[in-house]
Design a protein around this ligand. Structure first.
Ligand code: SAJ
Length: 439
């Protein structure tokens, strides 16, 4: 029987090496579509699966809807039959490899929301055949692949490591990063068994510059959580330092810039109005949730989450104090928000601290306008806000609050026109004015 199992894995390995393998990618978002394109570019026939018909239609028409993937890259792959997209999961039956790239948000109580992974696995399990490699890429708690995915796809005739193969490989896509994209970001992969790991490594090695095999799916799951928890905790540290320095009237930005001259053993992080995005504020809570299950309280993560979560309130306090110093109550004031995306030079509003800050200012009776070249409209509570002209509003407003330091902003004009500016990003570094209050 051993020879049969080796031949199943051997046949799959051969199909991967010759690129005859048919690759399935479930979830065509900012992770799945770039991965599908990389596999198609090196010659695999790739089928993208998504529940959103609009995404499927776009790709079928040869269009890209992902900032980092030009349509000029997608169109020829669709035309030459290397890339197609579908909502029909029965085509899973034709796949030799399946990468699952679906969202893993947090629920309201900061518990992992596994519904997307569950739905994808249930669809896959219906059509999975012997000789298939399944790789989960969605960021999740250690143990997900073995305890949650494996029971959904494994059967008596589809045993993991024998007839089917299962790995975890963390996605490391950094949307908008001009230097690192899917192909040249090292790819960690860990399998349920060594044979699974070998097949995962073989698949990625066809398309990506560097593959980093690890000993298990749990290790691979934990690698990603360490990476993003590291960031979240260090951002929490500098946010706490900012509040501390505010109390001691010391310039935290000058401190960090000077510390960053240390050529080893230090990595600069910068204070801000809060933590946005779909990774950093969320991934660490997958880890703390799982460690609680293991009877261990991840106090660092909880504390950093508290510090980062407080920053929108701290910004509003700064605004309130700055207006107070000018004998102006927040109530009735026109406050203009400059930049609302969760970080600079992108259009993503997910978990953006701007939403919390605008909500808090509105609660205090402020009249809000905003400008952001990347975000034409966004909703706070029940109110829909539309982007206004940054210079005009800076001249009219009682206070401008810089929340996102987009590169292409008219900072000189804002400094010239504004009566008062609260700068939460040190975007006005180098500008000297008594009207500028820094975090
Ligand atoms: N932030 C700070 N201070 C900092 C750095 C970030 O306040 O010093 C804020 C940002 O403004 C943002 C949030 O934290 O609101 C997250 O920012 P981020 O730079 O970590 O960007 P993300 O959320 O796009 O994180 C992604 C992650 N990539 C993946 O998970 C694959 C992260 O691992 C990357 O390190 C990060 O991009 C990156 O380096 O750009």
């Amino acid at each position: 029987m051993e020879s049969v199992k080796v031949s199943i894995a051997g046949q799959l390995a051969e199909r991967i090496k010759t690129r005859e393998a048919k690759c399935g990618v479930v979830g065509l978002g900012y992770v799945g579509l770039p991965l599908a394109v990389e596999f198609a570019k090196i010659g695999f026939r790739v089928t993208g699966f998504d529940v959103q018909g609009s995404k499927v239609e776009q790709i079928t028409a040869g269009n890209s809807y992902i900032q980092d993937i030009p349509t000029a890259e997608v169109a020829p792959l669709v035309q030459n039959g290397k890339l197609r997209a579908t909502t029909d999961f029965s085509l899973i039956a034709e796949m030799d490899t399946i990468n699952i790239c679906v969202p893993t948000p947090l629920g309201k109580t900061k518990d992992p929301d596994m519904s997307f992974i569950e739905s994808a696995c249930k669809d896959i399990a219906k059509y999975l055949k012997p000789g298939t490699l399944v790789i989960l890429e969605s960021t999740t708690y250690p143990g997900t692949t073995e305890e949650f995915v494996r029971p959904m796809i494994e059967r008596a005739d589809l045993r993991v490591g024998e007839e089917i193969f299962l790995c975890f490989s963390p996605e490391r896509v950094d949307p908008g990063n001009p230097h690192f994209q899917t192909k040249n970001i090292p790819k960690v992969v860990g399998g349920t068994t060594p044979r699974c790991t070998d097949l995962g490594k073989l698949l990625y090695a066809q398309a990506l510059d560097r593959v980093v095999p690890v000993s298990s799916t749990q290790v691979a799951e934990m690698v990603k959580l360490l990476e993003n928890t590291f960031r979240m905790i260090n951002i929490g540290l500098v946010n706490e330092l900012a509040v501390m320095c505010g109390r001691m009237n010391i310039d935290v930005w000058e401190i960090i810039d000077a510390a960053a001259t240390k050529p080893f053993g230090f990595m600069p992080f910068y204070p801000g109005p809060g933590l946005g995005g779909h990774c950093i504020p969320i991934d660490p809570f997958y880890l703390s949730w799982k460690s609680k299950q293991a009877g261990f309280e991840a106090r660092f993560i909880e504390l950093a989450g508290h510090v980062n979560g407080h920053m929108p309130h701290y910004v509003v306090e700064k605004v309130q104090t700055a207006l107070n110093d000018r004998e102006l109550p927040i109530k009735g004031r026109h406050i203009h928000i400059h930049g609302v995306a969760y970080k600079k030079d992108i259009d993503d509003m997910r978990e953006s601290p701007a939403i919390d800050i605008v909500h808090l200012l509105m609660q205090r009776g402020a009249k809000i306008t905003y400008s952001d070249p990347y975000v034409p409209v966004f909703r706070v509570d029940k109110e829909e806000l539309f982007a206004q002209d940054p210079i005009q509003c800076a001249a009219q407003a009682d206070c401008v609050v810089i929340i996102t330091n987009h590169t292409d902003s008219p900072y000189a004009s804002i400094v010239e026109k504004a009566k008062l500016i609260v700068d939460t990003r040190n975007a006005l570094k180098g500008y000297k004015s008594k009207n500028i209050v820094r975090l």
